[in-house]
Each structure stands twice: as structure tokens, then as C-alpha cells.
Design a protein around this ligand. Structure first.
Ligand SMILES: Cc1cc2nc3c(=O)[nH]c(=O)nc-3n(C[C@H](O)[C@H](O)[C@H](O)COP(=O)(O)O)c2cc1C
Length: 355
């Protein structure tokens, strides 16, 4: 058992087998960013205000102009049937039960329309990778649009796969049919990753934004100048993310990259952040530093692996309860009122590098 929750827990490896476990748990290179995603939250201290009436609390936020009951979003994650037989239907049910916004991966082992049916009226966004065969991407977007997905999340940090040594070691193969290759043979991760279009540039975004007919959110931005460019290109939202430490090792953690992006974007697009969120107080820190919402990846996936939809729901319920308790203890009863005054550097002497 690791000293970091959710990182290499021995029971998960036994449950999933080395191939799937390595794929889900792993990161790129020496996995420094994977670990730093967890550590970054711990470097930030909370600074509570006392004697505030916190008897009524409101976790609400606004995303793409719509009021949401809370800021927790289920991150897009590929091949979920390798985590649990219920796959994406399990995490979607958990999202619906907790009123969490659900983002479906385009590398899904359940069709976008079937997931939409499971979600019912619950809110959903669709995540897109642009593949070299662009018609595959366009077909997925069309199915998403027809199935009531409300935004297109285009992931832009994956021109090629990160250097993932666990997958190289295990040779993990995706045995379940996937939406983009429903009747094809099982493919290795490397074959699947080779489908990504490494030539994608800013000039191509308009093609997908237009075809989507829904707001576009760019996922995987870590620089203020790219965030600025995303706003100019018409993005309604930006997800500040290093892809769960799975792409380029030694990048900044999402939360560390966020402050200059908040300044550059200056309210012109919604900002979401992810990487290593495992606690409700992590969520409060993200909001205090200027995010409108956070995505939760592996933490939900491990809930799914251990207990199917109920396991994923339990994880989300606990995060929400922790966020609620954090707001009370911080003396900030409305999540929307969190600001930089509620956070500070952890140790004296770090103040000079504090945003
Ligand atoms: C197993 C796994 C599969 C993922 N698949 C996708 C994907 O298909 N599309 C995508 O945009 N991001 C994908 N991600 C990245 C997540 O959306 C998210 O950015 C990341 O998991 C957040 O970090 P966390 O797992 O520490 O919460 C994946 C992450 C994991 C762990």
C-alpha cells in the first residue's frame, strides 16, 4: 500500500491485473508529475475565517452559463470496462446520483448514446481526441450531439502518447470493443495511441467547433499564452491539466499552473483544473485560486473498480461532504465566494513564490 491514497494500492493491482492496473494508475517517465499532482495540493494551506454564520451552505458554481449544484466533474477516462464490468455506465450512474457533470471519453468502451441513456436528464459533456482519420472523430461528435451532450471537450495535450513505461512493460491490450472501433480486434495501447493526429493545430479547431454545434472546452492547457489563444479561438472553457501525469513528465501540477492562467483569461472563459484531486479541501483550494470547477479522475475510477457504480458514487458523495464541511470550517459558506484570501503557502519563507 502506498502512502499516497490511490497511488499503487496493492488491492487494486490484485483486482485489475498488472496490465489494466498499470494503464490506469501509471504516469509518464519517472512519474514525478503523477506524484506532484497529489503533493501540490498539500503545499497549499487553508486560512480559515472565524465567527461567520455558516449554518447554511451553498456548493454551487456556474459552468458555461448554467448554474450547477457543485463544482465536481467526473473526468473523461478511457476503457472503463477494464476497471469494472459496468464501465462507463457505472461512473455515469454515480455522476447522475450525485448531480456531478459527466465527461465521457472518446476512447469509451460504451457508446455515447448508451451512456446518455444511463445519464437521463443529467448534464454531460463529450471529450474528443482528433484522430488521423478525421471522419472517425466527426462521427463520434455527431453521435454525441444527437445524444444531448452539451459541450465538446477537445483534448489538446495528446499529439502522441506520453512515455509510459508500465504499458511498455505489460503490453496492455484493450480487449473490450470501443466506440471508435466497435467490431475490430483487440488493440494494444500503442496501436490505439497511433490513431491520434499529431498534426493538429489551432487552425484545425474551428472545423470541429463548427461541426460540434456546441460550446468547445480545451483540455490540457498549462501555459498562460495558450490559454489566451484558446480564448481568442472561441473556447468557452479551458481545463488546466497535465492529463493526470500521463503525458509529459516534469510539467507543473495543474493547480500550480492555474494562477497565471486565471490572470491571462480574466473571466473570458470558464476555468477547470484537474490532477490529484482526492479531497474536498483540494476542491476548495482550486476554487480559491480561481477555478470554476475541478475534474476528478482516478479517485472516481478506483471507486468504480472496487465497487462498481455504488463505489464510484461513494467516492463522489464523500468528496461533496468534505467540501461542505470545508466551507463551514473555512468560514466561507458559499463556494462561489472562495477567493485567494482563504489560501496561503504552507511554510513561512515560501511567500515570495506565492501567486
Ligand atoms: C486511466 C485514465 C484514462 C484517461 N483517459 C483520458 C481520455 O480518454 N481523454 C482525456 O481527455 N483524458 C483522459 N485522462 C485524463 C483525465 O481526464 C484527467 O485529466 C486526469 O485523470 C486527472 O488526474 P487524476 O487522475 O489524478 O484525477 C485519463 C486519465 C486516466 C487516469
Amino acid at each position: 500500500m502506498s502512502d499516497r491514497p490511490g497511488l499503487d494500492d496493492a488491492d487494486l493491482e490484485a483486482l485489475l491485473g498488472p496490465g489494466a492496473h498499470g494503464y490506469f494508475a501509471g504516469g509518464a517517465g519517472d512519474e514525478l508529475t503523477l506524484r506532484d499532482n497529489l503533493d501540490a495540493w498539500r503545499r497549499i494551506a487553508l486560512t480559515p475565517r472565524v465567527l461567520v454564520d455558516v449554518s447554511e451552505r451553498d456548493l454551487g458554481t456556474t459552468l458555461l452559463g448554467r448554474r450547477r449544484p457543485h463544482p465536481i466533474v467526473v473526468a473523461p477516462m478511457a476503457y472503463q470496462k477494464h476497471a469494472h464490468a459496468s464501465g462507463e455506465l457505472g461512473t455515469a450512474a454515480a455522476a447522475a446520483a450525485t448531480e456531478s457533470l459527466y465527461v465521457l471519453s472518446s476512447q469509451t468502451t460504451t457508446s455515447p448514446s448508451a451512456v446518455a441513456e444511463a445519464l437521463g436528464p443529467s448534464d454531460r459533456w463529450f471529450q474528443l481526441y482528433v484522430f488521423t482519420d478525421r471522419s472517425v472523430s466527426h462521427d463520434l461528435v455527431a453521435e454525441a450531439r444527437e445524444s444531448g451532450y452539451e459541450a465538446l471537450v477537445i483534448t489538446v495535450d495528446f499529439p502522441v502518447a506520453g512515455w509510459r513505461e508500465r504499458d511498455k512493460r505489460t503490453g496492455f491490450r484493450v480487449e473490450h470493443p470501443i466506440a471508435l472501433n466497435p467490431s475490430g480486434p483487440p488493440l494494444t495501447i500503442e496501436q490505439l495511441f497511433a490513431m491520434h493526429d499529431a498534426s493538429l493545430t489551432w487552425d484545425d479547431l474551428a472545423e470541429f467547433a463548427e461541426a460540434a454545434g456546441m460550446p468547445v472546452v480545451l483540455k490540457g492547457v498549462l501555459r498562460a499564452d495558450d490559454a489566451e489563444r484558446a480564448v481568442e479561438a472561441g473556447a468557452a472553457g479551458i481545463i488546466v491539466s497535465n492529463h493526470g501525469g500521463r503525458q509529459l513528465d516534469t510539467t507543473l501540477a495543474g493547480i500550480d499552473a492555474l494562477p497565471p492562467i486565471v490572470d491571462a483569461v480574466a473571466g473570458r472563459a470558464d476555468l477547470l483544473v484537474d490532477g490529484g484531486v482526492t479531497r474536498g479541501w483540494d476542491v476548495a483550494k482550486a476554487l480559491a485560486l480561481g477555478a470554476d470547477a475541478v475534474l476528478v479522475g482516478r479517485h472516481v475510477l478506483w471507486g468504480l473498480a472496487r465497487g462498481g457504480a455504488a463505489g464510484a458514487e461513494e467516492v463522489l458523495q464523500q468528496l461533496l461532504a468534505e467540501l461542505d464541511s470545508t466551507l463551514a470550517l473555512l468560514g466561507c459558506p458559499r463556494a462561489a465566494d472562495l477567493d485567494a484570501s482563504y489560501v496561503g503557502p504552507r511554510r513561512a519563507g515560501e511567500a515570495s513564490s506565492w501567486p
